[in-house]
Design a protein around this ligand. Structure first.
Ligand code: GLY
Ligand code: MN
Ligand code: MN
Length: 435
């Protein structure tokens, strides 16, 4: 047992998880219970499985990065020991031999701050006893606008069972509460995200030394992965995009299969995960180490929009208004580059402005445990939110796509750039490639 380490990463403190649960409980109705489930381990074929990926909500509430976990919150329970209960996968010697030990009760309490730890097999019985004291039940769901909820999650499956077993209770939704709470990052979370950004930086600096004409896009992917894993990350926070030349204009290009040719620019949208927190970075570099004048002009236009956009992000701003203003910044740059005309702008359709021809995606999204993290888009920006800033210009007819992306923390009076130390200026990129 001496060599056993439960996690590859430095976990966050039990105090943070206690505070997170307290914030959630404070928003629950009287005499209500909330229940949260871990993810399943997803099957592939035969006896294959995907690597386990914890559901972000139970992770945010407990830090438990393990399957078959259930959290029950019941702030008004008569018996104080029923107010928070964590159910975990039963450990035994057989499991320890095949898979290594799972969390035992002592470790589960130390990691989460929850004193009442039970095996998952006891969930139904305990839960039924608690329901006798309750009027309402908070269930979780995934209302993320980009989610394609086509696979039944453990949460969906358990929810269906609970609704069938307790049809006369009031049902409430946890997701809107979690969207508010998870969007505001605590200092410990910001530190963890900073580690993910720093690991991403190390990967990028390695790649700057590696890129030359003839390298394959997947070789660049491998260089990032090497640097990520050796620094305690478990890999990419999302499927990386390494697209050279025309491939940079294919927004969701993930084949990463082409050779990088002299004269082309490579777009790299890559971020490390660390302790389940995501970094999301995009950089563009010239294959031969020097941008052409045209490439540099487009690069600097994107950089200028990125800087302008960052300065717009502050508490109180609406994300919708912000996106309109960034569109105005982009319009000006595209006019200067000669890519759109004043006439096209004057006659543009407000629902699909002229700039969208070359910049067709959003500029910012919440980021945290999930790359496209949860948060209320229709509410004003608050200090503690973390956003990406990622303008781009994609010129298919020139085989050139430039996107630049950093992750920034909103503060009371502006922002802190968590990627401020990652080379960004065209000159800096060229100097590091030459060095
Ligand atoms: N890497 C995904 C995104 O930039 O949103
Ligand atoms: Mn990205
Ligand atoms: Mn992004």
């Amino acid at each position: 047992m001496r060599y056993l380490r439960f996690m590859r990463y430095q976990p966050l403190s039990a105090d943070l998880y206690k505070a997170n649960r307290a914030k959630f409980a404070a928003q629950m109705k009287p005499r209500s219970i909330a229940v949260f489930f871990s993810n399943d381990i997803y099957p592939t074929s035969a006896d294959g499985t995907l690597p386990f990926k914890q559901a972000s909500d139970i992770l945010w509430l407990t830090g438990v990065d393990q399957e078959e976990t259930v959290l029950v919150l019941f702030p008004d329970a008569h018996n104080p020991s029923d107010r928070e209960i964590l159910f975990t996968l039963e450990t035994n010697e057989e499991l320890a031999i095949w898979e290594g030990a799972k969390l035992d009760r002592t470790r589960a309490t130390a990691a989460t701050g929850i004193t009442n730890i039970q095996w998952t097999t006891a969930f139904e019985r305990t839960f039924h006893r608690l329901m006798a004291e309750a009027d309402a039940l908070y269930l979780n769901d995934n209302p993320h606008t980009r989610a394609r909820n086509i696979v039944q999650t453990r949460t969906d499956r358990e929810n269906a069972g609970l609704r069938a077993n307790y049809p006369n209770y009031e049902f409430e939704r946890s997701a809107p509460i979690l969207y508010s709470l998870r969007a505001i990052k605590s200092q410990e979370e910001v530190d963890q995200m900073q580690r993910a950004c720093d690991i991403t930086k190390a990967g990028f600096e390695r790649v700057l030394q590696f890129v030359k004409p003839g390298v394959m896009e997947y070789e660049i992917e491998a260089e990032f992965m090497h640097e990520f894993l050796r620094r305690g990350s478990r890999g990419f926070a999302y499927t990386p995009i390494i697209g050279s030349g025309f491939n940079a204009c294919v927004l969701h290009y993930i084949e990463n299969s082409a050779e990088c040719k002299a004269g082309d620019v490579i777009l790299m949208d890559v971020g490390a995960e660390y302790g389940n927190y995501a970094a999301d970075m995009t950089r563009c570099v010239p294959v031969s180490g020097k941008f052409t004048d045209r490439q540099r002009a487009v690069y600097n236009a994107v950089l200028s929009v990125m800087r302008g956009a960052m300065n717009l992000l502050k508490p109180g701003v609406s994300l919708h208004d912000y996106h309109v203003q960034v569109g105005e910044l982009m319009t000006k740059e595209l006019l200067d580059l000669g890519l759109i005309t004043a006439d096209e702008v004057a006659n543009e359709n407000p629902a699909w402005p002229a700039y969208k021809k070359y910049f067709m995606h959003g500029t910012s999204h919440f980021i945290g445990l999930d790359v496209h993290d949860v948060g209320h888009w229709h509410e004003p920006i608050q200090a503690g939110h973390v956003f990406t800033v990622e303008p781009g210009i994609y010129i298919r007819e020139e085989n050139l796509g430039i996107r630049l992306e950093n992750d920034i923390l909103i503060t009371e009076d502006g922002y802190v750039d968590l990627m401020g130390q990652i080379p960004l200026e065209a000159d800096e990129i060229e100097a590091m490639m030459a060095g």
